[in-house]
Design a protein around this ligand. Structure first.
Ligand SMILES: *Cc1c(COP(=O)(O)O)cnc(C)c1O
Length: 429
């Protein structure tokens, strides 16, 4: 079998040297992969339990149109999300177009003029800078008289508790906590650390709303931020919880009041959750959620494999090869533009879709430098599918994530290594 497999890899363009290097690294990861499998098993049971409790039936997959009144499939799915993630209520809609939209919706609907938003974990994800108004933008929170305060993490990655205490004032209404590192090289926060931060914030101001940007975090651990005191968690369905099948969508899960505010903002005051046809996508939301725990486990294995490969080759990887995982993102700092581009070309070349195209750096809406993106996805921009991207500026870090199956993630990483190897950008001899 291994000879047949090696030959198949060779047909795909992976040289013997690269393949063998990969096999050595993989052999060392057996125990970690077993832990990931048992976490996936636990989360799979959680999803099934939530579906059974809410009596998911074939009728839930019916297509609604127009206003979408009494859309049982949509309403039931929202109960499933609430139970699965530990919230009182949920808004899970195809009308939420992406993660940024879900986050903007959660913020704009729960903040009022005169309120202040606080990020106690440093700069938020790039696209949120325009939502908040850190970079001036039409329709930002700043335009509506909502101010913003930020407390950076300390140099060692810990919370600046003194700074946070000083920053919380009578105007502070909502605290936003980004779980994943996004395009920063700070560590991703574990659910446990998020819980510590929320407890501290609430000890100073109990009625402040704590929101977690949960993008890329779902199902990586055995619990989610709502179980450690968050009032709201928010994410994208073309990342983890959509399991690769959801073609669009976002979610907000949490306290009833927070979700209600978001619903009135998404549709209209007075209408809220009652309208919003699910068109034909609802079955893929269910099926994607059902598959998500195993899909996430494949993506996690890919991230850990990549970390161990590139760490061995002397690059800085965040998280490092042995660290515990709290999201599916792997950053590799190449410190070199050519190596960054070669890596992305390898990911692209390994894709089931668009494998023949060459990714090029490009100016993207919402980002302040050129971005290179490699993805050959079934769903455009889906980053639970194998993808790599990063802003083309020092330290030339690539953010690698996804893989609907571990085997595809593995091929992608081997192909990236192949490209670097062919261009003499690494030494594996
Ligand atoms: C992806 C992501 C977002 C934005 O989601 P989009 O779907 O790209 O708009 C926000 N925050 C974090 C941490 C993310 O990873």
């Amino acid at each position: 079998m291994s000879q047949l497999l090696e030959k198949k890899y060779e047909e795909l363009g992976i040289s013997k040297k690269v393949y063998e290097f990969g096999e050595c690294v993989e052999a060392e990861l057996k125990e970690r992969f077993e832990q990931i499998d048992s976490n996936a098993e636990f989360n799979q049971m959680k999803v099934i339990a939530a579906m059974q409790k809410n009596r998911v039936s074939a009728e839930c997959f019916n297509i609604s149109s127009g206003y979408g009144y009494n859309d049982m499939g949509r309403d039931t799915l929202e109960h499933v999300y609430a139970d699965c993630f530990g919230g009182e209520d949920a808004l899970v809609r195809p009308q939420i177009t992406c993660g940024t939209h879900a986050l903007a919706l959660a913020l704009m609907s729960n903040l009022r003029p005169g309120d202040e938003l606080l990020s106690p974990v440093g700069k938020p994800y790039d696209t949120l800078e325009e939502v908040i108004g850190i970079r001036p933008s039409k329709g930002s929170l700043a335009e509506y008289g909502i101010t913003y305060a930020q407390v950076d993490l300390l140099a060692d990655g810990s919370f600046d508790y003194d700074g946070i205490k000083k920053a919380i004032n009578e105007k502070t209404r909502l605290v936003t906590i980004q779980r994943s590192k996004g395009y920063a090289t700070r560590p991703t926060l574990s659910v446990e650390r998020i819980g510590e931060l929320i407890a501290f914030v609430k000890s100073i101001k109990p009625d402040v709303i704590c929101m977690v940007d949960n993008c890329y975090g779902e199902f990586v651990e055995d619990r989610e931020p709502l179980s450690v005191g968050a009032d709201m968690m928010v994410g994208s369905l073309i990342k983890n919880p959509g399991g690769g099948l959801a073609p669009i969508g976002g979610y907000i899960v949490g306290k009833k009041e927070c979700v209600e505010n978001a619903a009135y903002r998404l549709t209209s005051p007075g209408l809220g959750k009652e309208v919003g046809a699910s068109l034909g996508v609802i079955q893929s939301f269910y099926q994607g959620l059902f598959l998500a725990p195993s899909v996430v486990s494949g993506a996690l294995k890919g991230a850990i494999f990549a970390a161990n490969i590139y760490e061995k080759l002397g690059f800085k990887v965040v998280p490092n090869g042995t660290e515990s995982r709290h999201d599916i993102i792997q950053a590799v700092e190449f410190g070199n533009k050519d190596a960054m581009i070669a890596f992305c070309e390898g990911i692209q070349a390994a894709a089931p879709v668009d494998s023949y195209v060459t990714p090029e750096p490009w100016a993207m809406p919402g980002y302040d430098s050129d971005v290179i993106m490699a993805a050959g996805a079934f769903v455009q921009g889906s980053s639970i599918e194998l993808s790599a991207d990063g802003p083309v500026k020092p330290p030339y870090a690539v953010y690698f994530q996804g893989g609907l199956t571990w085997y595809h993630a593995k091929l992608g990483i081997l192909m990236s290594l192949q490209k670097l190897y062919e261009r003499n950008l690494v030494n594996i001899d």
